[in-house]
Design a protein around this ligand. Structure first.
Ligand code: NAP
Length: 442
């Protein structure tokens, strides 16, 4: 009898797990909370990086396999439970990502005008849960906390010109807001030095190629340590070039400041951000240590780009310290570390929010290799009713607005057609109701 696997989450790690499972001859049902697939490729990758988004063509090939089915709009933990899935599948693969933002844990973090960068990214990418959010882009100066690639993405999006964003799939509401934005300076704050920055060199280099913005590097001129690693060395070389460059007198500026930790987000007296208070740090053994010196930086917008973390799903094991599903190389364990039969994890919820899209391919293949070894050893889950048609019927009853792969293709065509007229890859639907309507041919 063919083994049937359900994957929760249709982002990159979910699709790479599907690809590996199908190749091994198993049947795959891929479920996502949203009607639309592709996770962070659709809702995370910056719209001005269309080449990165084209990885979805590979996922479409996976979806064309007759042993693959897609069920969009099914939320684990509310529409269906882990126990119910274990009644119907030989294995459950969690590919649910780490959708929550990390917190700074400082006063003023929740003032109006202070947002997680994850919300901002989801908003400009048209994620339906964030489409109604509002970001005040009138402030003059915006501060981005963090030195990762998300920090660089949001900084770049804030200074791109209207005509640069116009040919992208940036959500319409965000195109309008960026078009009338008066943010003209973005300060990126790293709590440590350039050597410890998490961003990668191509992303850092891209900042220097922006048409509207000069890149200004902290007066703290980074020296190149003898033992700097590859990325750190290349980053410092680029930063040295920026530091040596005369500003071109462009209308916008991206300022990179290092050794600065926000210790308070300052209130203008009416509950809005007016600036950030910063502790000046020095580096000791690679760690940021406060010098006792402080500075204030005025701004109207704060975006906290300090990483993602996992969110527990009711009924699914969770490690509250690591903020992941506990697992041993991809085999899910209970909170005490005992292996759970037939349950697996891939991607960020398995290993934490690190790496690029391609990192998830090897990660998913590693987990699938364990799943196949368990199959060969006869230790997968033993479902009560693994009939594919019964399962589809059950899901349809549970979720009346289910979107199939054909339904997604209808949404995709609708969005692409709307984009064609404007010379854009697509105009994204941002309402779940509309996705249901188009996805169900109504
Ligand atoms: P990240 O790479 O983990 O960077 C997080 C940054 O936040 C680090 O600089 C970290 O500094 C800083 N930070 C954490 N806690 C802080 C605190 N309390 N105060 C001040 N700073 C703090 O995370 P990310 O930018 O969210 O990216 C997630 C993953 O997606 C990464 O692997 C990234 O490369 C990837 N990504 C890739 C692309 C691309 O390829 N273009 C685009 C976006 C994202 P410390 O190092 O000092 O902790």
């Amino acid at each position: 009898m063919t083994q049937r696997v359900v994957i929760l989450g249709a982002g990159p790690s979910g699709f790479y797990a599907a690809e590996a499972l199908l190749k091994a001859g198993l049947e795959v049902d891929l479920l996502d909370r949203l009607p639309t697939p592709f996770g962070l490729v659709r809702a995370g990758v910056a719209p001005d990086h269309p080449k990165i988004k084209s990885v979805t063509r590979m996922y479409e090939k996976t979806a064309a396999n007759p042993a693959f089915r897609y069920f969009g709009g099914v939320a684990l933990g509310s529409d269906v439970s882990r126990e119910e899935l274990l009644e119907r599948y030989h294995a459950v693969v969690y590919a649910i990502g780490t959708a929550k933002d990390n917190r700074l844990g400082i006063p003023g973090e929740d003032l109006e005008g202070s947002h997680p960068a994850t919300d901002f990214v989801a908003w400009y990418n048209g994620h339906p849960d964030f489409a109604a959010h509002e970001f005040d882009l009138d402030g003059g100066r915006a501060v981005v906390v963090g030195n990762g690639n998300v920090a660089i993405d949001v900084a770049r999006m804030l200074v791109l010109a209207r005509e640069e964003l116009a040919p992208t799939d940036t959500a319409d509401h965000a195109l309008d807001a960026f078009g009338s934005s008066s943010v003209d300076e973005v300060v990126l704050l790293g709590r440590r030095g350039p050597e410890q920055a998490a961003f990668t060199t191509p992303e850092l280099r891209e900042l220097g190629e922006l048409s509207r913005a000069d890149v200004i590097v902290d007066p703290f001129v980074p020296a190149l340590p003898d033992d700097a690693s590859g990325t750190a060395r290349r980053n410092i070389e680029v930063l040295q070039q920026y530091a040596a460059r005369e500003p071109h007198g462009r209308t916008h500026r991206i300022v990179l400041r290092f050794l600065r930790s926000p210790v308070e987000i300052l209130d203008d007296g009416e509950g809005r951000v007016r600036g950030v208070r910063l502790a000046v740090n020095r580096i000791e053994d690679g760690r940021a240590v406060a010098t006792g010196e402080h500075e204030e930086l005025e701004c109207g917008l704060v975006l906290r780009a300090i990483g993602y973390r996992g969110d527990p799903v009711p009924g699914v094991p969770f490690d509250p310290r690591l903020r992941r599903i506990p697992n041993d190389g991809g085999r899910v364990t209970d909170e005490a570390g005992a292996l759970l039969r037939g349950e697996y994890a891939v991607g960020w919820i398995k290993r934490g929010p690190t790496g690029v899209i391609g990192t998830n391919k090897k990660d998913a293949a590693d987990t699938v290799a364990k799943l196949l070894a368990d199959r060969d050893a006869g230790t997968l889950n033993a479902p009560r009713d693994a009939d594919a048609e019964h399962t589809a019927q059950w899901l349809r009853e549970r979720v009346p607005h289910l979107v199939s792969w054909d339904g997604w293709r209808a949404i995709d065509e609708h969005e692409s057609r709307a984009g064609e007229a404007a010379g854009r890859p697509r105009v994204k639907l941002v309402s779940v109701e509309e996705m249901h309507r188009i996805g169900q041919g109504r």
